[in-house]
Design a protein around this ligand. Structure first.
Ligand code: PPE
Length: 306
């Protein structure tokens, strides 16, 4: 049984169509060559109605990802923001996960993307705890992947491109088959980059470190929000390099992402890490309130769907 729960409408190239009619041809370019860019966003229930967390930043990143690929999205940032709100409102749900995708469509085959048309779609569905319901209480079991994170000159990890997720999927499935919950990928220099769908935070010597874009990590919007939250709580945060052994002897580790939110890590390669750590707990609690518009200073992060 598929676990994907349909919602009434999907936005495709300017209009809302019924979920079952949101189809593409099997010769859609991106299906063959991985030439697309996408976003993952969440809308949460707030006192004023459904609000999309940091919608503008996500859509701006979608356009940056496209720019890195040399893809021209035939809509403006504002049009895609408005379309996202319209799609969220059409679900009738108080909160949901949102997936905008820009892809090369039907009409051309072959690796040259220059003549290809660009299509855009936005879909929403309910998506619960990404790393399991007890990710924050029991913590997540991590494995260092045998797969390396993409190198900047192979496929840019800074762009959220469809192709990059073949790398993430290899690492994810390897970890699951070995009995772990999630994988951490090292880059070609052997330094920690990120997880298959989350950024990492490591606490050592009382300071908090998270790998930067240059280490092969996506510039996470949750990562940026968590840095602000940590600094507001009085912690010093550095974007810096992390070695594999830093993970084994960390005071605490947690991973963050739109889907995963804030999840504590209980072990890496079977080396136990204190979990859930006090900083992770504080961050998870604050983030959970921030996304629901319950903290006045972060309320501007919540963009109402209507
Ligand atoms: N790194 C990667 C590789 C990544 O995919 C994500 C998001 C992040 C970091 C965190 O980025 P941000 O969401 O801006 O904080 N992963 C998305 C995809 C999940 C999926 O399985 O699909 C997400 O969390 O929506």
């Amino acid at each position: 049984m598929p676990t994907l729960v349909p919602t009434p409408k999907i936005w495709m190239n300017g209009k809302l169509v019924n979920w079952d009619d949101a189809k593409v041809h099997v010769l859609t370019h991106t299906l063959h060559y991985g030439t697309g860019v996408f976003e993952g966003i969440r809308a949460y229930e707030t006192a004023e109605g459904p609000a999309v967390f940091r919608l503008t930043e996500h859509i701006e990143r979608l356009f940056r990802s496209a720019h890195i690929l040399g893809m021209e999205i035939p809509f403006t940032v504002q049009q895609i923001i408005d379309a996202t709100k319209e799609t969220v409102a059409s679900t009738g749900l108080p909160g949901c996960y949102i997936r905008p995708i820009a892809y090369y469509g039907y009409g051309e085959m072959g690796l040259n993307t220059l003549p290809c048309s660009v299509d855009v779609a936005i879909a929403c569905w309910p998506w619960g705890a990404y790393l399991g319901d007890d990710a924050m209480t029991k913590g997540v079991r991590m494995k260092i992947s045998s797969w390396k994170r993409l190198d900047h000159n192979m496929l840019p990890p800074a762009a959220k491109t469809v192709a990059n997720y073949a790398n993430s999927s290899l690492a994810k499935v390897e970890a699951l088959k070995a009995g772990y919950d999630e994988a951490i990928l090292l880059n070609n220099e052997g330094l920690v980059s990120e997880c298959t769908g989350e950024n990492l935070f490591v606490v050592r010597g009382g300071s908090v470190i998270t790998p930067p874009l240059s280490a092969g990590a996506l510039e996470g919007i949750t990562q940026a929000s968590v840095i602000t939250i940590l600094e507001d709580l009085g912690y010093k945060v550095d974007k810096g390099n992390i070695a594999r052994s830093d993970l084994y002897i960390a005071e605490e580790i947690f991973c963050v992402g739109t889907a995963a939110e804030v999840s504590a890590i209980n072990s890496v390669d079977d080396r136990k890490v204190p979990c859930p750590g006090p900083i992770a707990k504080q961050v998870a609690e604050t983030y959970g309130k921030a996304v629901r518009g319950q903290i006045p200073k972060y309320k501007h992060w919540c963009e109402l769907a209507k």
